[in-house]
Write a protein that binds this ligand. Structure first.
Ligand code: 57M
Length: 358
């Protein structure tokens, strides 16, 4: 709102001109989201405890998880709530990339919220069944991807790191491809969210990395200098990234081990969908495999484990997703978490390094 209210008045006051700058509004969004999520989080946790909306721990989990029973979940409500408040104040609502990403994030927010509601409040441990979940996710992602191509928000060309020009133009096939990236990212982050702080750490790192990539892609001169595709208006996604980082930092304040709150599917599905959509809009579909490498490793570990179990009757890992495997190797939970954060940071730095290697 500030952008739409104050920037036009900047003709009379140069001070207000500052609201034109994406970097300023991104920093302000980060600050607002951090403050709101820290203050909202404290009250949210107290309310969830009062209402006894706690996590049900499944029997097949590691023994060490039993003590987590009853930990408040649904934390995604104040993560995304804080981020949306910051975006409402600092965002540019005539930017198509900004609106499309918000649409996907909010749609997945309601899907995750319904899943958590059924699991926690209705004591229905299955929640929304897998087929219904995928139908909802693909419907949202296909619509968002169709709008991107139909209204020329971005193009259907695929770019690969290290190469200056596009690898291939998928035409309309780009729509299902982009939808797959968005849905895959959402479910991979969901699988990752199995230890205190394990998902939100790489989420903050990925949001920061994608925010930088959005800013440089949206800047004509910088994108030309770096030989990366220019996507008009995509720089506004840095404001959303700033809000996500702030909200994530505020959530981590309480989700750090030993967690006082879990994000729930309401948080994991929406955050994953948001990151996947930003990756698609900034033409980093392949680079996102590296940026979100922790999420990819977690998802692939499950695919390999289930495939091996079904075909050979044997497990590859002691337990999937892979964070449980390290727990069962005897690593303390905090060591698994911090080491996964370190790997995520290394992946992000390597991804940014490819900007200069073209
Ligand atoms: C998402 N959810 C956590 C919390 C969080 C196919 C199969 C691999 C599916 C997978 C699955 O069910 N994944 C669901 C992971 C759960 O966290 C809740 O879910 C939300 C995120 N969606 O916000 O509300 C548990 O994770 C722990 N947790 C923390 N701290 C956090 O900050 O400790 C979560 C957040 C929480 C809490 O214990 O209850 C989860 O793990 O379910 N299934 C699995 O991941 C199971 N793996 C498995 O079955 N492996 C098999 C085969 C099928 C691959 C095998 O290896 O043989 C694991 N699930 C659980 N424990 N609960 C097994 C260990």
């Amino acid at each position: 709102m500030l952008y739409h209210w104050l920037y036009p008045m900047s003709q009379s006051s140069h001070l207000l001109n500052i609201f034109k700058y994406i970097t300023f509004r991104s920093f302000l969004a980060f600050l607002i989201a951090t403050i709101v999520s820290i203050f909202w989080g404290k009250r949210f946790i107290a309310y969830m405890k009062l209402r006894q909306f706690g996590q049900i721990i499944r029997d097949e989990g590691p023994e060490s998880h039993k003590k987590k029973k009853g930990t408040p979940t649904f934390g995604g409500v104040f993560i995304l709530g804080s981020a949306v408040i910051a975006c409402a104040i600092c965002g540019n609502f005539v930017s198509f990339p900004f609106l499309i990403t918000l649409f996907v994030t909010i749609s997945f927010f309601f899907l995750g919220g319904l899943d958590d509601y059924l699991k926690i409040l209705k004591k229905n441990t299955k929640g929304v069944n897998a087929k219904q979940k995928l139908l909802w996710q693909f419907s949202t992602a296909l619509l968002a991807s169709y709008v991107m191509i139909k209204f020329n928000v971005t193009d259907s060309k695929l770019y690969f790191p290290f190469f200056k020009s596009e690898l291939i133009d998928l035409g309309w096939w780009y729509v299902p491809f982009a939808a797959f990236v968005i849905v895959g990212s959402s479910n991979a982050l969901n699988l990752t969210d199995g230890l205190d702080g394990l998902a939100i750490g790489p989420t903050i790192i990925s949001a920061a990395t994608l925010g930088v990539l959005a800013y440089v892609s949206g800047h004509i001169e910088i994108s030309e200098y770096l030989f990366i595709p220019h996507v008009p208006d995509v720089g506004e996604l840095l404001v959303l990234s700033g809000a996500l980082i702030g909200a994530g930092v505020g959530f981590l304040w309480y989700n750090a081990y030993p967690a006082e709150v879990f994000m729930g599917d309401v948080g994991s599905l929406s955050l994953g969908g948001c990151l996947g959509t930003i990756a698609v809009l900034t033409k980093n579909e392949f680079l996102f495999v590296l940026i979100g490498g922790i999420f990819v490793i977690e998802a692939v570990s499950v695919i390999l484990q289930v495939a091996s179990f079904k075909t050979r009757g044997k497990r590859i890992f002691k337990m999937a997703p892979i964070h449980h495997h390290f727990e069962l190797l005897g690593w303390p939970e905090t060591k698994v978490i911090v080491r996964f954060w370190i790997v995520s940071l290394i992946f992000a730095i390597l991804a940014l390094a490819t900007l200069k290697l073209r």
